[in-house]
Design a protein around this ligand. Structure first.
Ligand SMILES: [Zn+2]
Length: 125
């Protein structure tokens, strides 16, 4: 997965949302959920974001990445387990192959935080 392209898509998505807001709020933080099983490197993503946000409406925004663990469900054992990425994907009890992924494939914007306009107007500016 190319983090640079992903960041482009991410910024476009936020931009679409932002342009649909009549007040064009100042974006403060973009919260992103990235699953452990997406092969996305949060550090690379963070880096791409900081480069690509320059001279855009997101210049003062911070990317906040929350990683979700890889969790699978074993139907033989009827229990959830946490596979070890790159090492052990099968069930930790019976070693059945990983079939049912319950968490870890997420890649989505959780929420967008904006600077409170009212607060800004009451401030020192
Ligand atoms: Zn099992």
């Amino acid at each position: 997965m190319h983090e640079t392209d992903m960041t482009k898509a991410l910024i476009l998505t936020v931009k679409d949302w932002w342009e649909s807001q009549p007040e064009r709020p100042q974006v403060d933080k973009v919260h992103l959920i990235v699953g452990k099983f997406t092969c996305v490197e949060p550090i690379s993503l963070q880096f791409s974001f900081d480069v690509q946000k320059q001279n855009t409406f997101l210049e003062n925004a911070t990317l906040v990445i929350e990683e979700t663990p890889l969790i699978a469900f074993c139907h033989s054992c009827q229990q959830e387990y946490m596979p070890v990425v790159g090492l052990q994907y099968g069930c930790s009890q019976c070693n059945a192959p990983m079939e049912d992924i319950r968490s870890g494939r997420e890649l989505k914007i959780d929420r967008i935080e904006c600077v409170d306009m009212a607060l800004e107007k009451g401030g020192i500016f």
